[in-house]
Design a binder for this molecule. Structure first.
Ligand code: BES
Ligand code: MN
Ligand code: MN
Length: 485
C-alpha cells in the first residue's frame, strides 16, 4: 500500500517540493484530488451499475421461494470479486445458503484483513409502503432506494471496489480475504459451522465489516459495541377450537387477552424488564464511561420528529443513546391470532401468538436469557390457557477494542479522508458472528460502517446515500494504507 501511495503521489509531491525549495514559497493549501478519489470519480457510473445489478437480485434468505435468487446473488458476488483481482474465488456450499470466499495474498509478512459482509436481505414487505419497487434501485435526493441498498449490499460492495482500486493502483501491504455470506438475516448458523471448520483458511489479523451506522456525514464514528439477541415465539392456547364470542365469551378465557396481559407484565412502570434474573449479568458502565458515550452528538427533537412520535420511551434513568447502546431490551416483533380479515367476525380464538425478541448486552448470554424467558412465561401463565415457548435464533453481544492497531488504522483513515476523528459508539443492532469470530478465531473486528440509523434498514424505502458509498470506498482504501504500514 505504501508503494501505491508513493507511486500515486510521487510526481505531484516532487513538483511541490521542488517548487517550494527553489522558490522559497510555502505550501498553499490547494488540496490535490487524490488518486483514489480520481479513480472513483472516473468509474462511479460503473460502480453503481454493478451495485444495482446486485440489488436487483431479490436474495431474501428467510423466504424459501427465493432460494434460487440467493444463489444467483452469491454467483454475482463471486464473479465481481474474481474480476476485481482476487484468487481462489469460489462458492462454499453449506447446508443452507452459500458463502462466497476469495483472497489475495500479497506477502507472508503482511498483515491479513478478513472482510466479512452479507449478500442476503430482509423480506421487503409491506410492499405497498414502498415508493418505488424494493428490487428496482432508484436514486432520489442523492440516495439509492432499494432493499439491501444499505444492509448490506451497498456496504460490502464498497470493499470489492476498494479492493479493485488497490489492485489497479498498487497492491496493499496487506493480505485480503473476503467472506460474504447469505444467511446473516436469519442467524448465520451455517457460517458459524463454516468458521469452526475452516480456521486455517480464515487465518487473519483482523476482521473488517461495514454493516453498521455512522453518527452522520458530519461526524464519523466507529462502532465498538453490538448487542446480542434472543428471539422467541410464544403460543397461547385456550379452548380446543374457535368459539362463538357471544355464546362462550365472558365464560372462557380469551387467549389473545391472556397473551396481551402476559406481554404487558414483562415491563414495569420504570420500563424495566420483569423477568427474574434478567439483569443479573448486565455489565453496568461507570459514570465516566456513560458520560463519554453521551457526548456523541444526538438531537432528541430531531429524533422524535423523524419518527413522528410525541415522546420517547425507555428504561428510567437512561438516555436514548444508552437505551439502545448499553441496556438490554425486550420487544414484541409481531402478535397475531383470531380474526384479522375483512369486515367483522365474532369469534373467541382458540390460539394467540407473538414473536418476542430481547437485545442483550455484555455479559448476558443468549441461551441463558432464552431459558429465563421460557421459565418466566410458563410461570405466569394462568390455568385457563396452555403456553408454549419456542426459541428461535440468538447471538451474543460484542465489544471491540479501541487500542488495537486495526482500530487505530481505521481512526487514521477517517481522519485522513473526513478531516475529523471518529467517535466510538455502541450500536443497538446485532451481528452475532462478531462474537463468534472472537471465540473461534480469536480475532477482533473493526466495525467500519457507513450507513445511517435513518436509512430505514429492514423497513420500506430502505436507502443508502451515494456520498456514503463513495466516501466509504475511499475510507476503506485509506484503512489498508494505515494498517499495512
Ligand atoms: N446490519 C444489521 C445489524 C446492525 C444494523 C448493526 C445497524 C448496527 C446498526 C444486521 O444485518 C441485522 O439486521 N442483524 C439482525 C440480527 C440477525 C441475527 C437477524 C438484527 O440486528 O436484528
Ligand atoms: Mn446487515
Ligand atoms: Mn439486517
Amino acid at each position: 500500500m505504501e508503494s501505491f501511495v508513493k507511486k500515486a503521489f510521487f510526481p505531484f509531491w516532487q513538483l511541490v517540493r521542488q517548487v517550494s525549495n527553489n522558490l522559497f514559497i510555502t505550501f498553499i493549501a490547494v488540496k490535490p484530488i487524490s488518486m483514489v478519489r480520481q479513480y472513483i470519480e472516473t468509474n462511479q457510473d460503473r460502480f453503481l451499475a454493478e451495485l444495482y445489478d446486485l440489488i436487483r437480485i431479490p436474495s431474501v434468505s428467510a423466504d424459501s421461494r427465493h432460494k434460487g435468487d440467493v444463489r444467483k446473488a452469491a454467483e454475482y458476488v463471486r464473479d465481481r470479486i474474481k474480476e476485481a483481482g482476487a484468487d481462489k474465488v469460489e462458492i462454499k456450499e453449506t447446508k443452507g445458503h452459500p458463502i462466497v470466499y476469495g483472497e489475495k495474498m500479497t506477502g507472508a509478512s503482511n498483515p491479513t484483513v478478513l472482510v466479512y459482509g452479507h449478500y442476503d436481505v430482509q423480506p421487503p414487505d409491506p410492499l405497498d409502503k414502498w415508493i418505488t419497487p424494493p428490487f428496482e434501485p432508484t436514486v432520489r435526493d442523492g440516495k439509492i432506494y432499494a432493499r439491501g441498498a444499505c444492509d448490506d449490499k451497498g456496504q460490502f460492495y464498497m470493499h470489492i471496489k476498494a479492493f479493485e482500486i488497490m489492485m489497479k493502483k498498487g497492491l496493499p501491504n496487506c493480505n485480503v480475504k473476503f467472506m460474504i455470506e447469505g444467511e446473516e438475516e436469519v442467524g448465520s448458523d451455517n457460517l458459524g459451522i463454516f468458521v469452526k471448520e475452516n480456521k486455517e483458511l480464515l487465518k487473519a489479523d483482523v476482521i473488517l465489516i461495514s454493516d453498521t451506522s455512522l453518527i452522520s456525514l458530519d461526524q464519523p464514528s466507529i462502532t465498538v459495541g453490538l448487542r446480542g439477541l434472543s428471539y422467541m415465539e410464544v403460543e397461547v392456547t385456550g379452548p380446543n377450537r374457535d368459539l362463538h364470542s357471544g355464546v362462550y365469551g365472558g365464560a372462557v378465557a380469551n387467549p389473545a387477552t391472556v397473551l396481551c396481559e402476559m406481554i404487558a407484565s414483562l415491563h414495569d412502570a420504570n420500563g424495566r424488564i420483569t423477568i427474574p434474573g434478567f439483569y443479573d449479568k448486565v455489565d453496568e458502565l461507570s459514570a465516566a464511561e456513560r458520560q463519554a458515550m453521551n457526548k456523541a452528538p444526538f438531537e432528541l427533537q430531531a429524533y422524535k420528529n423523524d419518527l413522528e412520535i410525541g415522546e420517547v420511551y425507555g428504561e428510567k434513568g437512561y438516555t436514548t443513546l444508552e437505551r439502545t447502546g448499553i441496556r438490554p431490551t425486550l420487544e414484541v416483533n409481531g402478535i397475531w391470532g383470531g380474526y384479522t380479515g375483512e369486515g367483522a367476525k365474532t369469534v373467541l380464538p382458540s390460539k394467540a401468538h407473538a414473536k418476542i425478541s430481547m437485545r442483550l448486552v455484555p455479559h448476558q448470554n443468549s441461551k441463558e436469557i432464552s431459558e429465563l424467558f421460557t421459565r418466566h412465561l410458563l410461570s405466569i401463565a394462568p390455568p385457563t390457557v396452555k403456553v408454549k415457548v419456542i426459541p428461535h435464533h440468538g447471538g451474543e453481544p460484542a465489544v471491540t477494542p479501541t487500542d488495537s492497531k486495526a482500530f487505530k488504522a481505521a481512526a487514521s483513515a477517517f481522519e485522513e479522508v473526513w478531516g475529523k476523528s471518529p467517535i466510538p459508539t455502541r450500536d443497538g443492532g446485532s451481528i452475532p458472528i462478531v462474537a463468534l469470530f472472537k471465540k473461534e478465531l480469536g480475532l477482533d473486528t473493526v466495525l467500519m460502517g457507513f450507513g445511517l440509523d435513518s436509512d430505514a434498514l429492514h423497513s420500506p424505502n430502505e436507502h443508502y446515500g451515494l456520498k456514503n458509498f463513495f466516501i466509504g470506498i475511499e475510507t476503506i482504501v485509506a484503512f489498508y494504507k494505515h494498517f499495512g504500514n
